[in-house]
Design a protein around this ligand. Structure first.
Ligand SMILES: CC(C)(COP(=O)(O)OP(=O)(O)OC[C@H]1O[C@@H](n2cnc3c(N)ncnc32)[C@H](O)[C@@H]1OP(=O)(O)O)[C@@H](O)C(=O)NCCC(=O)NCCS
Length: 228
């Protein structure tokens, strides 16, 4: 236990999110997004952070945890107890189309139109599309991102355990997480605290590797009855 009530993992302290952390959380979201290479696919920091962090920092900040080192936030876990209440990514996307002009903004337009084309093509071919998970067995979900300097030292696993313990205290049945199937480190980190892969990976609209291949999203789930 750290002196301020947080949990210490070496020189990193895990503590509850505070409103003053918002800008750092949004910066980390962009810098770690799309497997650490967001800038060649989606170069607009504001809309990227809105898509992936705004609900958690602005509507459910009490479920967020940050990892701080030397007074600087270097990672976060953004949680949601009841996914039915979270703003859907699709709804945020539509709002950004209208308010931030992401379909014509040079830093995002290519990705947006490629996404539309992918969705149309995948529908035509009868392929499944990524869907929000609404299942009473795992109503909670999370996003976790750490800057490179604090990875691989047990911080992520400690944050995940902290989150799972909080879910258990709150009487929440289970938690799900969606990550890129190609992000083998993240899949291994979730599996290391008891998450299990569920279903087949599903193609992600818009996203590409540098060689032009498509990425897939993998669902993992975990009941919270027993936190080890
Ligand atoms: C994924 C992430 C949260 C994991 O946190 P972490 O602090 O690096 O992981 P930990 O050190 O706690 O390790 C937990 C487990 O992850 C796995 N793991 C960690 N680093 C790994 C690596 N380089 N390669 C493969 N597996 C790895 C191991 O199974 C490890 O368990 P073990 O130590 O018992 O073997 C973190 O690396 C990260 O933020 N990565 C970039 C952003 C990202 O991918 N976010 C997830 C998107 S959903």
């Amino acid at each position: 236990m750290a002196s301020d009530g947080g949990i210490a993992v070496g020189d990193v302290v895990l503590r509850p999110y505070e409103p003053a952390d918002r800008a750092e959380v949004r910066r980390i979201c962009f810098d770690t997004g799309y497997m650490g290479e967001p800038e060649w696919q989606w170069r607009d920091r504001e809309s990227f952070a809105d898509l992936y962090t705004a609900y958690y920092t602005d509507a459910e900040p009490q479920s967020a945890i940050v990892a701080e080192r030397g007074g600087v936030v270097e990672g976060y876990l953004l949680g949601c107890l009841d996914s039915g209440r979270a703003w859907s990514e699709a709804a945020t996307f539509v709002r950004l189309l209208r308010r931030r002009w992401i379909a014509v903004r040079p830093s995002t337009a290519r990705f947006v139109w490629r996404s539309f084309a992918d969705v149309a093509r995948d529908r035509l071919r009868g392929r499944p599309l990524p869907e929000p998970v609404r299942d009473d067995r795992w109503p909670a979900h999370l996003h976790i991102d750490l800057l490179p300097a604090i990875r691989g030292r047990g911080v992520g696993a400690a944050m995940l355990r902290m989150w799972l313990a909080r879910l258990e205290d709150a009487g929440v049945a289970g938690c799900h997480v969606q990550t890129l199937a190609e992000n083998t480190r993240a899949v291994a980190a979730f599996e290391s605290v008891g998450f299990e892969r569920r279903g087949d990976p599903v193609l992600v609209p818009g996203l590409r590797t540098r060689r032009g291949a498509r990425h897939h999203v993998q669902l993992l789930t975990r009941g919270v009855a027993a936190v080890s």
